[in-house]
Design a protein around this ligand. Structure first.
Ligand SMILES: [Zn+2]
Length: 263
């Protein structure tokens, strides 16, 4: 398991590893829940009740959805989730796409975005930042951590597909591999987007690891393809502001407002 935001103990943000098992949602629309037991076990091992995890049913687009206590646990066609509530854990799955965790420690707002090249080009970073700002966040206070994802060496594109990169169809975002192929630097695209929205370089942290480069640690869609059930094996990323549990007269109560006291 990888932990993010080590300097902010009030945040619980982690990513599972390959050894934790496939965390793909297996969403059952009829039952409105996931049938994947690995997820339940992972949450349980981390002391998180499954009922407090809100999962994005990803679409490789740019929709960012604000979550509150009464949101449904699965959010359709969303690639970013935001919340200002403590004790709610936002979640996405990744297998080469980059997880981006946002935290504004002053406004006490978090967000979690899923950015593969399609989501990044379609503006998932932008839509997340705009919603955070509308909710009172200041880009100068926002910290962003970008977890492991696919490195440039492994993100091959046909030259004929470069148009799909829209404004990032620019030699500063790819290098030549052969006459037909180029290698796209998705990390640079994301880094430039975060900076363009006013997040200071010192507040942006990137994982150095590539999911494709490390088969012992990560699943990778580009490397492994689909599994025998026609599914993509993936890791789960969870991010939330912890609920402060306080004992009162021997009884454990959850003090939602108290989560501010972590500061
Ligand atoms: Zn790699």
């Amino acid at each position: 398991m990888i932990k993010f935001f080590p300097n902010f103990p009030e945040i619980f943000a982690v990513m599972s590893l390959r050894g934790d098992g496939n965390m793909k949602i297996n969403y059952c629309g009829r039952k409105k829940r996931s049938t994947n037991g690995n997820r339940r076990n992972f949450f349980k091992r981390n002391g998180i009740s499954e009922d407090t995890v809100i999962s994005a049913l990803l679409d490789h687009g740019n929709k960012a959805v604000v979550i509150s206590g009464n949101s449904s646990r699965y959010i359709e066609k969303a690639d970013a989730l935001l919340t200002g509530d403590c004790g709610i854990y936002l979640s996405i799955t990744v297998a080469d796409c980059y997880p981006i965790m946002f935290y504004d420690p002053v406004a006490r707002e978090i967000a979690l975005a899923h950015a593969g090249w399609q989501g990044a080009v379609s503006g998932v970073v932008s839509s997340t930042m705009i919603k955070m700002i509308l909710r009172g966040c200041d880009p100068r206070n926002i910290r962003a951590e970008v977890g492991p994802g696919i490195c440039q060496k492994h993100l091959e594109f046909s030259r004929s597909d470069l148009l799909k990169l829209k404004q990032y169809n620019n030699p500063q975002y790819y290098s030549d591999l052969s006459q037909e192929k180029v290698l796209v630097d998705l990390k640079k695209i994301i880094g430039d987007q975060l900076a363009a929205h006013g997040i200071s370089g010192k507040n942006i942290a990137f994982s150095r690891e590539c999911t494709f480069c490390h088969p012992e640690k990560y699943f990778s869609y580009r490397r492994d393809g689909k599994n025998s059930e026609g599914q993509v094996n993936a890791m789960v990323v969870i991010s939330g502001m912890k609920e402060n549990k306080v004992k009162e007269k021997g009884r454990l109560i959850l003090a939602e407002k108290e989560c501010l006291s972590f500061a």
